[in-house]
Design a protein around this ligand. Sequence first.
Ligand code: MLT
Ligand code: ZN
Length: 465
Amino acid sequence: MTDPVLIDELKTLVEPGKVLTDAASLEAWGKDWTKHFPPAPSAIVFPKTVDQVQAIVRWANRHKVALVPSGGRTGLSAAAVAANGEVVVSFDYMNRILDFNAFDRTVVCQPGVVTAQLQAFAEEQGLYYPVDFASSGSSQIGGNIGTNAGGIKVIRYGMTRNWVAGLKVVTGAGELLELNKDLIKNATGYDLRQLFIGAEGTLGFVVEATMRLDRAPKNLTAMVLGTPDFDSIMPVLHAFQGKLDLTAFEFFSDKGLAKILGRGDVPAPFATDCPFYALLEFEATTEDVANEALALFEHCVEQGWVLDGVMSQSEQQLRNLWKLREYLSETISHWTPYKNDISVTVAKVPAFLRDIDAIVTAYYPDFEVVWYGHIGDGNLHLNILKPEDMGKDEFFAKCAVVNKQVFETVEKYNGSISAEHGVGMTKRDYLAYSRSAAEIAYMKAVKAVFDPNGIMNPGKIFAPE
Ligand code: MLT
Ligand code: ZN
């Protein structure tokens, strides 16, 4: 734990009352949505300015105190968990939109701006911030950048990385850098901005971000299609992608749907029970586009790839269909799921899923397994649900036994052990299944350049040595 004398010194760097050490605050800000590691921070500090962030980082360097960045705390890899007496730096009070440029379609955000706040701001300007996911009501832009957040629209718009025009960061050495100056074209050597995106706060803190906006989509329309087996989802994707510009192509299993319907507040898409469901979305800009989608649906039924389906006819129906997918993560959190977030190239998905499913079924015959994910991006979420009568630690230990087989399969398919949730602490011991030894050595060398004293979120991405 950090010496109380040092915490008193920390208090002089920020506004009065902006360092908390009471048990409830340590518990609340010391963790993200993961439940693997009990939080144990020394203090929570809330800077309000870039100068204060710099002062905190310099203080941490002087006294060799580890810092953990904290945003909306919705992360799923324990990258924002302070489990070892670190000081948590929360960006909750750096939450303003500072500027908007209509010509460049850019918005300058403090790191604590909530994703939904940016989305709403974009809408007020008649524009669109396209990175979206179920936790957008709480997640913050700084955290999204730290994890290069993906979500449900990646098939069309890409990850957070695609929307970052420029960054201001305070490095682990306490220096303020302006990266890329919000330029579209800038061929002046290494793009350090990209290094900080997805770095999970291990190189420094994002203290300002210029985010790009896009034109607003027109008449978004969703379809939910039930398929007789997983393999049928792929030709459906291929058929629709060949004719329509999809804004989403998601999937979930019957077990996932059962959990959603069990809530009692979301209508079933249709009466036919199917083992798997695809949710796709497109802009029905004209009647021809909507008719094309219906023709594709009929073709898929004729081919035997689809058993039943529905297309949204109103905004309300669109929202209800999305609830089937978007509510999954929160709904199954009741069962303390053991989560895997794995990816391969799209063409490999069916064989990959079959192999992983065989491993999981063999090892966990008694556990409930819920599959869902961003199938159009090759990203599968494998969720193993904890039986009600089993302790959390026993359950996680049992699940971890199978990690070796799951990650060996990921490696065999040249995939990723973390597609979008990040490495944090939950996946750090498995990094070598996705990155070569030489690559990891270069990554560590990069960290040492920006964070010479190793104070920035230590123990995340890389296991402690
Ligand atoms: C999702 O796709 O719903 C999110 O990545 C969260 C999750 O996997 O639970
Ligand atoms: Zn996801």
